[in-house]
Design a binder for this molecule. Sequence first.
Ligand code: TYD
Length: 216
Amino acid sequence: MLAENIRDRQRRGKFIVLEGVDGSGLSTQAGRLHAWLEQETGRKVLLTKEPSEGPVGVLIRQALSGRVQGLGADTLALLFAADRVDHLTHSIIPALEKGHHVICDRYLLSSLAYQGRSLPLEWLKQINAEAIVPDLTIFISVDPVVTLKRIAEKRFKVDLFERENILREVLNNYDILVQELCEEGQNVLQLNGNRTLEIVSNEVLSKVQEYFMIDK
Ligand code: TYD
């Protein structure tokens, strides 16, 4: 099994995950971190995201945009979990094993925070049992009023979860989950994302540098 294999091995690259509600600036922050980390370490850094570009990820995006209809919350949760295994198998783990760092825009915590609104957390954890633990999770906490304003300025169409009441629930779930991860001893950074992307970005970079004590 995926999880057992990777746990047994010495992973050389670092696996960094970014999390937050829709419109938290995750892609922007991931992009900046990617450029900086590559320059700083001289290593290859894979910048990737979930839902992934793989076949299950494509189907999920169609469901989120409303092009594919009729999938229940549990079916969608299983698709996110399947996409994650596919993504780990074909992209993330091979890159880490080659010694590349990996930055992933959304990962397991997204499933727990979003799908956890209507489905039992224990079941979600079970179907995601193969998901390896990141070396560092960066949670960018932004008020949904701010994120929805950002989304509205950028595009006209809204995706499935882009409504204030939903995002507020998701944000509450993230707060609880992040607390749990800290208690488990995982490396988690919680940043206040209600500030300019520039300020948040500088904080992301300096915190990542602290965590990994990168050799120049
Ligand atoms: P996002 O990357 O924000 O989409 P886009 O590239 O269009 O900005 O992610 C898509 C949505 O999927 C987002 O609302 C969060 C949701 N999501 C889940 O509900 N569960 C998951 O496991 C993942 C990875 C994402």
